[in-house]
Design a protein around this ligand. Structure first.
Ligand SMILES: C[S@@+](CC[C@H](N)C(=O)[O-])C[C@H]1O[C@@H](n2cnc3c(N)ncnc32)[C@H](O)[C@@H]1O
Length: 224
């Protein structure tokens, strides 16, 4: 029997158990979605009570990346019920403990009911470990991200396709040299993210790009 794969996330057992539980709930919901859901009308209504959480292996990768790069300021484009946010907050908290300085995870969610639920899960994880490292901006991110943005180390794009490129363009002036942009589903949704991928991969925009072979793809772009 092969050894279990290691989990890089440093957190108490109750937080690891919470993450396992939330990922499982998200997968159960997604399995019950109609196969045509991406093309269906009323998309926002359908998604209002759905996690659509970043896969657990991808979340662990993003955590590991944030730790490796000592990320202090991270912007999460698309928070939903706040699962990936927990990973980012744990990473930022550990980085601040080890490296000093200040930092936050700027989280974004337009649905009030989802933002409320995210806050509940963060409190379940713990204020010191998670909640205090998060600045949740409720509302349309194209409005909530127009001010008070620090220099950014990492951007996680896990969002409906039409808003992804406008969001990145809004944040680009604050993305530091060497900063990283992660885009979920860069293989399975390559058509829907066509303009965003063209932007990231155009030499004139100054990114190096790598498609990581996770299920459905995960694009990692580094701003030079
Ligand atoms: C794929 S989910 C994010 C999942 C989350 N990263 C996680 O791993 O738990 C995308 C979220 O973005 C939100 N969203 C979509 N358009 C938005 C906008 N313009 N402003 C803010 N949030 C938006 C949706 O309501 C949805 O909850």
């Amino acid at each position: 029997m092969s050894a279990p794969t290691p989990n890089p996330v440093v957190a108490p057992d109750h937080v690891l158990a919470l993450l396992d539980r939330l990922h499982q709930e998200s997968l159960t919901q997604e399995a019950a979605l109609p196969s045509t859901y991406l093309a269906s009308g009323g998309f926002d209504d359908l998604m209002r009570d759905k996690f659509i959480a970043l896969d657990q292996d991808k979340s662990q990768f993003v955590y590991q990346l944030a730790r490796a790069t000592g990320a202090r300021n991270i912007v999460e484009i698309g928070t939903s019920f706040g699962v990936s946010t927990i990973y980012l907050a744990l990473a930022v908290g550990s980085n601040l403990d080890n490296l000093g300085g200040e930092g936050k995870v700027i989280a974004t969610e337009k649905e009030h009911t989802k933002a409320e639920k995210a806050r509940q899960y963060w409190q379940e994880a713990g204020n010191d470990l998670v909640t205090r490292h998060i600045d949740l901006r409720e509302g349309d991110l194209l409005e909530t991200l127009t001010k008070d943005i620090p220099q950014i180390d990492l951007i996680l794009l896990d969002i409906w396709a039409p808003v992804a490129l406008p969001a990145l363009k809004l944040l680009e002036p604050k993305l530091r040299s060497g900063g990283v942009v992660i885009l979920d589903n860069s293989i399975s949704s390559a058509t829907r993210y066509k303009e965003l991928l063209e932007h990231l991969r155009s030499p004139k925009n100054g990114y190096t790009n790598l498609t990581l072979p996770y299920s459905k793809g995960l694009e990692m772009s580094v701003k030079l």
